[in-house]
Design a protein around this ligand. Structure first.
Ligand code: NAD
Length: 366
């Protein structure tokens, strides 16, 4: 029997190759005339040119690092206030979109950003609208109410409706320059969102359908996008797969692999997608109940073992770190297992995973 559920998806989605060229028109439709452009570093020059050519844009900021720091959002907030901006476009990977989302949600408040980050102050009631434009096919941040920000060594996922973008503008052409390794990291991240949304304890039947289609698209296109980045059909299918992966986990939230990714990123500096991929095939085997076997059959696979093998092969193809030895000489398995076990997302995993079971899982990766 289907469990009761509530489903809501408030983001207007524009999808298509070349769709980003309509950004001025979309801003005019929204009534925005002083929009701040927050862009990934690789787009810094293009961002400056756009500010000169699109009258609705007033300034750009492009100094955002991977696993973005709160200080980046603070710099954006200062500019928003100085320029009296009325909207924010975040164009880049998840790091850039999350910075734009955090800045837009806090710029009209009067507290320090650290107070919102630490949960000491509620987010302001008034905020700027966000247009999220992904340039990687991975995070799905363009359709989630999540902002993942780091402050010092701490990396925190903050889930709050204030972060929901107004518009997701998904233009697969923007992903054509993503290097192969990042294509692989981010593509496996997209599949992890779909799988974890699907097997989350909070899954619902609408998100489930998104998840199945996302897994099908990623399995069918990631290798081509990795080997031939200029293949627009594969890039389009990956962007769609990542968008649907975002929709698949936006409500159910992620689970075991994402919980483990936090210590892997914080202590061993793996990029987000690679950190998620590190344990994804292990969790496919651990979580292989009848529902997961059904997903596998619906995407054309024999069973969950085949899915785990396909993920492992993609990781190998992309040169991703896969074994504990790849993380360095002094891997503290006890701390990895502990920090993963206490992460709140671990509670969403369909199979209860305590520190002992997680230690066993990591030991199998020696
Ligand atoms: P990223 O934004 O950190 O970008 C990775 C690298 O790719 C960067 O060096 C960037 O400059 C480069 N890059 C991006 N687009 C490019 C392009 N088109 N061409 C060339 N280079 C390009 O990576 P990501 O995986 O997109 O985002 C990861 C971040 O998103 C992490 O902080 C993660 O925790 C977070 N995240 C957020 C959500 C959410 O719902 N908000 C979901 C999953 C992950």
């Amino acid at each position: 029997m289907v469990n009761d559920f509530v489903y809501a998806q408030p983001v207007k989605i524009y999808f298509g190759a070349g769709e980003f060229d309509r950004v001025g028109e979309i801003l005019r439709e929204l009534g925005c005339s002083r929009c701040m452009l927050v862009s990934d570093r690789f787009l810094a020059d293009k961002a400056k040119q756009m500010v000169e050519s699109v009258p609705e844009l007033c300034a750009s900021f492009s100094d955002i690092e991977e696993n973005p720091q709160l200080s980046g959002a603070e710099a954006v907030v200062r500019m928003i206030r100085e320029l009296d901006a009325d909207a924010v476009i975040g164009i880049g990977g998840g790091s850039t979109m999350d910075t734009a989302k955090f800045a837009a949600a806090t710029a009209l408040g009067d507290a320090e950003l650290t107070e919102y980050y630490d949960g000491k102050k509620p987010f302001p009631e008034k905020r700027l609208l966000v247009i999220a434009v992904p340039t990687t096919a991975g995070t799905g941040s363009e359709v989630t109410q999540v902002s993942v920000m780091s402050h010092g060594k701490e990396k925190k996922t903050i889930n709050n409706p204030v972060f929901m973008p107004r518009i997701a503008l998904v233009d697969p052409k923007l992903t054509s320059t993503v290097p192969p390794r990042t294509t692989m990291n981010t593509g496996i991240d997209a599949m992890a969102h779909a799988l974890e949304g699907y097997w989350s304890r909070n899954h619902n039947p609408v998100s489930d359908l998104m998840a199945i289609e996302s897994v099908r698209l990623v399995l069918g296109n990631l290798e081509t996008a990795y080997r031939d980045g200029g293949n627009l059909e594969a890039r389009c299918n990956m962007s769609l797969g990542a968008l649907m992966g975002g929709l698949a986990f936006a409500l159910p939230k992620t689970a075991g692999s994402h919980a483990c990714s936090y210590p892997l990123s914080e202590d061993y500096h793996l990029p987000h997608g690679e950190a998620v991929a590190f344990t994804l095939d292990s969790f496919v085997r651990i979580n292989a109940d009848e529902r997961l076997q059904e997903l596998c059959r619906r995407v054309g696979l024999r069973d969950a073992d085949e899915l785990a093998d396909r993920i492992a092969a993609l990781k190998e193809l992309g040169g991703l770190r896969r074994r504990l030895g790849d993380l360095g000489e002094n891997v503290d398995v006890g701390k990895l297992a502990h920090d993963s076990a206490v992460h709140p997302l671990m509670g969403n995993n369909p199979v209860a995973m305590d520190e002992t079971k997680l230690r066993e899982m990591f030991e199998n990766l020696r």
